[in-house]
Design a protein around this ligand. Sequence first.
Ligand code: UAG
Ligand code: ATP
Ligand code: API
Ligand code: MG
Length: 502
Amino acid sequence: MQFKPATLFELSIVGQDHAEASVLATGICSDSRYVQQGDLFVARDGVNHRGIDFVVQAAQAGAVAAIVECSDSQVGEFDHVSIPVFHVDDLVNRTGVLASMMLGNPSHKMTIIGITGTNGKTSCAHYIAQALTALGKKTALIGTVGNGFPGSLETATHTTPDSIRLQQLLAGFYAQSADAVVMEVSSHALDQGRVAGVQFDAVALTNLSRDHLDYHGSMQAYADAKSRLFLGSESAGVPARIALNADDDFGCELAEQLQQANQSFFRYSINSSVPVDVSVKRSVLNSQGVTLSIALPRGDIHFDAAVMGDFNISNLLLVVSVLAQLGFSNTEIETAMAQVSAVPGRMECLAKVGFPAAIIDYAHTPDALEKALQAARKHCEKKLWVVFGCGGDRDTGKRAEMASIAEKFADKIIVTSDNPRTEAADEIIKMIMQGFSCVENVTQVSAREDAISMAVQLAGPEDLILVAGKGHEDYQEIMGVKYPFSDKHVIEGLMGGRANDA
Ligand SMILES: CC(=O)N[C@H]1[C@@H](OP(=O)(O)OP(=O)(O)OC[C@H]2O[C@@H](n3ccc(=O)[nH]c3=O)[C@H](O)[C@@H]2O)O[C@H](CO)[C@@H](O)[C@@H]1O[C@H](C)C(=O)N[C@@H](C)C(=O)N[C@H](CCC(=O)O)C(=O)O
Ligand SMILES: Nc1ncnc2c1ncn2[C@@H]1O[C@H](COP(=O)(O)OP(=O)(O)OP(=O)(O)O)[C@@H](O)[C@H]1O
Ligand SMILES: N[C@H](CCC[C@H](N)C(=O)O)C(=O)O
Ligand SMILES: [Mg+2]
């Protein structure tokens, strides 16, 4: 692969030993520890390290050139580097564009759908992939539960991979004849330019509520990061189709901004008083899921979907909005939506005769916990229990908020550990405890397995236990070590073998 920097961007050589350079790069890599012979090394700055500190290491590992974004005072640092070093402005966003070009612009050749929002990205992405697969489109997924084709997802380290890995995944899916890719786009990804160079055919917003304030600092900064997916950018353009949640304040703000920019979009709503493009005409929750009639601009559709919780109706509206905008007929949408079913670790029900039923869910924000408890309540005959904790090294402000939600919507609460990461589990629990106004129904059990076990032992057979926060995760991260751990396995063990899906 020929790397012709001058034709790509305004580039200038940094370092005196290379007045001019023509480089033949066979790959691209932004981590010196993984550089292979022939790679172009992208020396990007992060939260912890300066990229330029790894240029020498990358050259030793076989990089044929490096691109950096450096200040005038740093130029001298490259004088004696053995490979040409190019300066690139806006390196963060240009890395994705460059990786895309080097890999033949895979996102231009498939239908790419991006989902963002605080809660519901994984659920919606999986539902869209299930629907498109039912419509005969070979569809890959990129997100929290894994990357790949449904049924054979590879574990993911991030919800949205870095820009180079992302382009490599897209190129791999294209090589395997994918027609479409549905991906979750996290706010971190938008802030760090991970989706730069991706050409989206459709993008959609679930909702915006408190999360990730440790990283973004304020709700405004968090919202600004999310906005980038909808308002377009130099490196990705404006997406062709947009679906927004009209029940969400941020969704309404975006709609106003897009209207001012003369951009078209679909709005969906469960209960909006304002006219929208996609809305619910009738919904009936039953033990199998939900029966829905949905109004679309070109007529109503009706289907049954095997998902739980009112919040999932909102997710289904998003899916319908995307499918309608992609041009599928109402009949096709009805057929596809009937195939939608639960996602691992999202309102996943486990039941066995003689035991209280348990629901495993990934709610790890105040809003998600509220929605999950409200959904669980509808299936609970007697007492509703919740077992939850909060992740370490993440937004500390949500801890007490989650306690007050638990207090409001559950009858019995066991506070435990989630992924403490580098924090002390008991300190996190202390911060959660500060959010309760009364602790009469609250128990603290630090070890998650013991907490779940206590709930299963103490709950009556007609009670229901929501085990929140870790969903599909198969590990618990403590001080940098990921120990094998699965809420589902723990519950199944307590129930004496595989529980039946309820
Ligand atoms: C806060 C954050 O997002 N950090 C990400 C960021 O790390 P960083 O800025 O600390 O990078 P750094 O360590 O300073 O390194 C800077 C550069 O030097 C390179 N380097 C570093 C060391 C070395 O020896 N050689 C070398 O070349 C690194 O590869 C990097 O390119 O860039 C890294 C490489 O891409 C990411 O792995 C890392 O994700 C960390 C591990 C993380 O936990 N991210 C989470 C918060 C995250 O992204 N979460 C969202 C989900 C959010 C949601 O739920 O919605 C996600 O999309 O997964
Ligand atoms: N539309 C929604 N509104 C509010 N809560 C939701 C919604 N959809 C899902 N949830 C709740 O949020 C939890 C996480 O859902 P999901 O994994 O789909 O979201 P996500 O945005 O991908 O999360 P993450 O950013 O952690 O990957 C679910 O287990 C459920 O409790
Ligand atoms: N993508 C989310 C996942 C949180 C899951 C929860 N189990 C936790 O560890 O906090 C994050 O990184 O904030
Ligand atoms: Mg997700």
